[in-house]
Design a protein around this ligand. Structure first.
Ligand SMILES: [Zn+2]
Length: 298
């Protein structure tokens, strides 16, 4: 009798587990990617970023004093590293050393990018630091993309200007490209940063994915710590490269396989992923969140 009851309970548990796994795939997750720019100058604040989820990517200024250290630390955590390449701004902003200029020759641009690749090890992509003048110049951006194609780096257009030609140049040169949707911290006001964070979440839900860029500043770090601790269950934090379209040789794979290739999660990660997205778990999490004082972190 006891044996039969035990068997019944085991069978019931297996059924429940299977149902949960089946339901898991019916909930679409919106993907949110966060990139922290200007890394390499402020170790104290940047170390706080390193304590955040490893899906948050670092964009490192190649000539910053701690560029190599931060790239190495990030890589050791499995965190994505980008080169934060200084590009010519509009107007008379102070410029970093080796800022890419529209008038530069192909070989000058190649030398500067080669130097950046050396100073920021493990980088898999590049985004622009400033660059409203440089990115608006198609011919100049094509020179950049030719070099990125050789290094097999993707480009994330920070979109510092609506005139940007970065995507057009990347497509022309066969470089994979992404675009920033939200700047989290144009303002240092935590309320405004929170507002932008929520905007990024809404854009991710609407479009399936969104990329937000922030900086290692105290207010941004405080807001990120807050908001990431209560990230809605339908939002999946991902590294930016996981939002890239599959390359032609991978085109026969599903987007899921593509993600698996980039992140190579173990079976445990897959199981965690399934559970965190199951309807049952999400409903429980929502109930739990509602029962908390709602103004605690707002
Ligand atoms: Zn920057």
């Amino acid at each position: 009798m006891v044996g039969k009851i035990a068997l019944y309970l085991v069978r019931k548990s297996i059924c429940l587990l299977l149902i949960t796994l089946l339901l898991a795939d019916t909930v679409p997750a919106a993907k949110l990617s966060i990139v922290i720019d200007d890394v390499g100058y402020r170790l104290q604040q940047e170390n706080l970023i390193l304590r955040m989820p490893s899906a948050i990517a670092l964009a490192i200024l190649p000539n910053a004093p701690h560029a190599r250290l931060m790239a190495t630390k990030a890589h050791q955590q499995g965190r994505e590293v980008l080169i934060h390449m200084p590009m010519a701004p509009l107007g008379k902003h102070p410029q970093e050393r080796d800022t890419l200029q529209p008038a530069m020759t192909q070989s000058e641009i190649r030398r500067i990018i080669a130097n950046a690749v050396d100073r920021v090890p493990y980088a898999v992509g590049m985004n622009n630091h400033t660059g409203s003048a440089m990115t608006a110049n198609l011919a100049a951006m094509e020179k950049v993309m030719r070099v990125l194609a050789d290094y097999q780096l993707y480009f994330l257009d920070s979109r510092t200007t609506v005139e940007t030609k970065a995507v057009a140049a990347a497509v022309k040169q066969g470089v994979k490209v992404l675009e920033r949707k939200v700047f989290l911290d144009d303002s240092a006001n935590p309320d405004e940063i929170r507002f932008q964070f929520k905007r990024a979440i809404n854009l991710a839900r609407r479009h399936g994915a969104a990329i937000a860029i922030g900086h290692p500043r105290p207010a941004t770090i405080a807001v990120l710590q807050q908001m990431l601790s209560k990230l809605p269950a339908d939002i999946e934090l991902v590294a930016p490269s996981s939002l890239l379209p599959p390359s032609p040789q991978q085109s026969d794979q599903t987007p899921k396989d593509h993600n698996r290739l980039l992140h190579s999660p173990a079976w445990w990660d897959s199981l965690k992923h399934y559970f965190s997205h199951s309807l049952i778990i999400q409903t429980l999490q929502r109930y739990w969140q509602q029962s908390e004082p709602t103004d605690k972190n707002r």
